[in-house]
Design a binder for this molecule. Structure first.
Ligand code: ZN
Length: 125
């Protein structure tokens, strides 16, 4: 499998325990060390609800969302365990336009997962 950022082959050390485990990561170790996963939760008020905004990266570089696809599993599990009545939305980033759209639609509580923090306009809404 290739790394989605640098296009080099992702190598995993195989031993007797993980010999038959499938390759699920689309990012190599060097790229992950440069852009590590830094989970962050932000609670944003909207009309008739709350946005639970989870962001995964702090990076200022535009990275491929596919590289971090395998790291979304804990968020899916969290959503299924404790936010099943909410709406799950995935976006690359939350900008002011998207926030106002979700605010005006009155969808209730929203579980929003974004790849980046708000990188436009100084990270604030
Ligand atoms: Zn890489």
């Amino acid at each position: 499998m290739q790394c989605e950022i640098c296009r080099k082959k992702v190598k995993t050390k195989k031993n007797i325990i993980n010999l038959f485990h499938p390759e699920i990561h689309h990012i190599c170790e060097n790229c992950y060390l440069e852009n590590p996963l830094i989970p962050r939760l932000e609670i944003l008020p909207i009309q008739e609800g709350i946005i639970y905004h989870h962001s995964m990266l702090v990076s200022r570089n535009k990275l491929s969302g596919l590289a971090y696809m395998s790291m979304m599993k804990p968020y899916y599990i969290d959503f299924m365990k404790s936010h099943t009545n909410n709406l799950f939305i995935y976006q690359d980033q939350l900008d002011e336009k998207l926030y106002h759209q979700m605010d005006s639609l009155k969808l209730g509580d929203i579980y929003l997962l974004t790849l980046y923090e708000n990188i436009e306009k100084g990270e604030k809404l």
